[in-house]
Design a protein around this ligand. Sequence first.
Ligand code: CTP
Ligand code: ZN
Length: 169
Amino acid sequence: MVKKHMKKTPEKRDAKKRGEKEDELRVKKIEFGIVIDHIPQGKSWKVSRILGLDENSQSTVSLLMNVPSASTGLKDIIKIEGRGLTKKELEKIALVAPSATVNVIRNYAVVEKYKAKLPEAIEGVVQCPNPNCISNKEGASRFHVKEFSPLKLQCDYCEKVYSDHEFSF
Ligand code: CTP
Ligand code: ZN
């Protein structure tokens, strides 16, 4: 039997250089785009909905679920090639994944890293879950943070308090 010589791909060579074993390489680094890291386990579905990642989106997307993390046990990660994030998208992400970090990647390097942070007043980002709330008739919305962990938002119009899972995106 002749043993075939398997040539290593550049990717595998890079993984070796970084000290990873070949079977530990999950998803390769991206050249341009964004990496949303440290998403709480199980929340990547919601985040991808916020970002409009559906059958019509054109970007190359990697969705990693239940990735072992040094600090928090398991986490989710989303990598999107060739696009950025709007302020509104970032605020929505902060609602469902307050621990997330957003990394902006250019030429394979992390050129910006920031935390998805909720502003004092969350305006025009999500609708009030209360169907009778006047804000829904006016096509406006404004909430303020009542409690950070677990997150509770109070509607400035009907004054009811809501948890993140009560909002739809
Ligand atoms: N990443 C990527 N492509 C690149 C650069 C980074 O996909 N070209 C990913 C990394 O795999 C990681 C995230 O972006 O999931 C952040 O990268 P980096 O800042 O290098 O990692 P850490 O220092 O571990 O980040 P943190 O301190 O935020 O945990
Ligand atoms: Zn309301």
